[in-house]
Design a binder for this molecule. Structure first.
Ligand code: MSP
Length: 505
């Protein structure tokens, strides 16, 4: 039985349209899922939309439609964006689905049975954008520290989850599971929250109607974060299929730093309370900034994935964010930076290797690709690169994995420049050089497939391999697999160079 690997993205609020920040998390999760599938693991990849809460209720009102209609419309936009970006999710969860209501009801009952839910009167300062309360001292100039918008005074009777009871258990979990939150800097951040003392948090609202009713008191609906986090259980079969759930759980979560506290503190405690194992990992990334600022509707600096896909292609888009934004710290996005990286890595480095090799194979080998040298130095390098890439993918560091992969492309180009097979007479020496270069292309097709799946498949097709690298899997990544004797096609540039804005030449 292969290992199971259940990977998730956060579920996106239907108040916003998909932008490159959302795409960043989703493309990363997709590439990681693809790598694990290629490693022969049994993978389940879940994404979806977060459709309840006051923010959605208000957005719907502003647009004169029902919350259900509003949710429907925006959720569809996420599904379309992910289709466009070649996202291979196995399921798409919407929190308005009946299966999710069942799961939320089940976890609430379990936490209540464990004595961790209590009714209290609550008064506080509420940020509608965060769907969360703040204390006076947490505000920045009287505004929400994240959204820089005024908070609202709220007073209501709420059910509370007794998070304060979980301080010691959480610390112990962190102690015994040092890999739980990655990268390490984010783990320290989460530990800081816990050590700073945990407050019980409210898990229901009476002021809104758009949500899952509290099963034993339907005048309350479940607070959006309690509801939202539970999507990860729903998507694995919790409440509908125990066997499925046991197979997939615990999950590997990918998320942005703004929702670290919910995922790394609230969520494991909720699960412990319900008698469920905490997640296997939470991989926390930084923000993608535009002109040094977080994208937001108010500053109108959001970039839609489709706009960049029009200029760079789907794989150009995917490659850029995976390679250019290391997973963990914040990073700045610029169009010029994207053009430069595309031209250097895709058009020049990878694109040139493919076009050079196919041109010289046509001229010197009658269009038939020779086999590699089993003792080639590039074979030794390939083994090293494979290990570096595998470790990086396993630790959700796509940028390091791709850097390693591209170092192999660089080495093959350097080898060709040194040997200059285009100046040689046809014969065994030319065959050896080109066989090695073709073998690098075959292996790069495998290693890069999680990031650029259709281009990787196209590379394999052009060098005469009849299958798709994603389906062949990583077993095929050892040196010497290119059989030789295959027809190599001289095609159009795989990644046409980009000149000025949107000008693919
Ligand atoms: N609905 C909640 C998540 C619930 S998960 C149980 C939510 N949604 S969100 O749509 O606001 O954000 C979803 C994810 O997108 C978060 O991980 C967030 O960090 C990420 N990003 C939103 N803007 C981003 C950038 N500018 N850069 C990188 N990621 C960003 O929070």
């Amino acid at each position: 039985m292969p290992d199971s690997y259940y990977v998730t993205t956060p579920i996106y609020y239907v108040t916003d349209a998909p932008h490159i920040g959302h795409a960043y998390t989703t493309v990363t999760a997709d590439a990681v899922a693809r790598w694990h599938r290629m490693a022969g693991e049994d993978v389940r990849f879940l994404t979806g939309t977060d459709e309840h809460g006051l923010k959605v209720q208000r957005s719907a009102e502003e647009h004169g439609v029902t919350p259900q209609e509003w949710a429907e419309r925006t959720s569809r936009r996420y599904e379309e964006a992910w289709e466009l970006l070649d996202i291979s999710n196995d399921d798409f969860i919407r929190t308005t689905e009946p299966r999710h209501h069942t799961a939320v009801t089940k976890i609430l009952e379990a936490c209540r049975a464990n004595g961790d839910i209590e009714l209290r009167r609550y008064e506080g300062l509420y940020c509608v954008s965060c769907e969360g309360y703040y204390t006076e001292s947490e505000l920045v100039e009287g505004n929400c520290p994240i959204h820089h918008r005024p908070v609202e005074h709220m007073e209501e009777e709420n059910y509370f989850f007794l998070l304060s009871r979980y301080e010691d258990r959480l610390l112990e979990w962190y102690e015994t599971h040092p890999e739980f939150v990655r990268p390490r800097s984010r783990r320290n951040e989460a530990l800081g929250f816990i050590r700073g003392g945990l407050q019980d948090f409210s898990i229901s609202r009476t002021s809104i109607t758009w949500g899952v009713p509290i099963p034993w008191d339907p005048s309350h609906v479940t607070y959006v974060w309690f509801d939202a986090l539970t999507n990860y259980l729903t998507g694995a079969g919790y409440g509908s299929d125990d066997e499925e759930f046991a197979h997939w759980w615990p999950a590997v979560h990918l998320l942005g730093k703004d929702i670290l506290r919910f995922h790394c503190v609230y969520w494991p405690a909720m699960l412990m309370s319900a008698g469920i194992e905490p997640p296997r990992n939470a991989y926390v990334h930084g923000f993608l900034l535009v002109g040094g600022e977080k994208m937001s509707k108010t500053t109108l600096n959001q970039i839609a994935p489709a706009d960049l896909v029009a200029d760079f292609g789907v794989d150009g888009f995917r490659y850029h964010f995976l390679r250019n934004q290391p997973f963990g710290p914040d990073g700045d996005f610029s169009y010029e930076g994207m053009v430069a990286r595309y031209n250097a890595d895709l058009a020049n480095n990878l694109g040139n290797l493919l076009s050079r090799v196919s041109t010289v194979v046509a001229r010197k080998c009658g269009g038939v690709g020779p086999a590699p040298d089993p003792g080639s130095e590039l074979g030794v390098l390939t083994a090293e690169v494979f290990d570096r890439a595998a470790n990086a993918w396993a630790d959700v560091q796509p940028s390091a994995a791709l850097e390693a992969t591209w170092s192999l492309i660089g080495a093959a180009n350097a080898m060709l420049e040194k040997a200059e097979p285009w100046k040689m007479e046809p014969g065994p020496e030319v065959d050896r050089v080109l066989g090695d270069a073709l073998e690098v292309l075959r292996i790069v097709g495998l290693l890069a497939a999680p990031a650029i799946p259709s281009s990787a498949a196209e590379i394999w097709r052009r060098i005469g391999l009849g299958s798709d690298p994603s389906a062949a899997g990583l077993e095929a990544a050892g040196w010497g697999g290119y059989p030789g004797g295959l027809e190599v096609e001289k095609g159009k540039p795989l990644f046409p160079r980009i000149g000025g804005r949107g000008n693919r030449s």
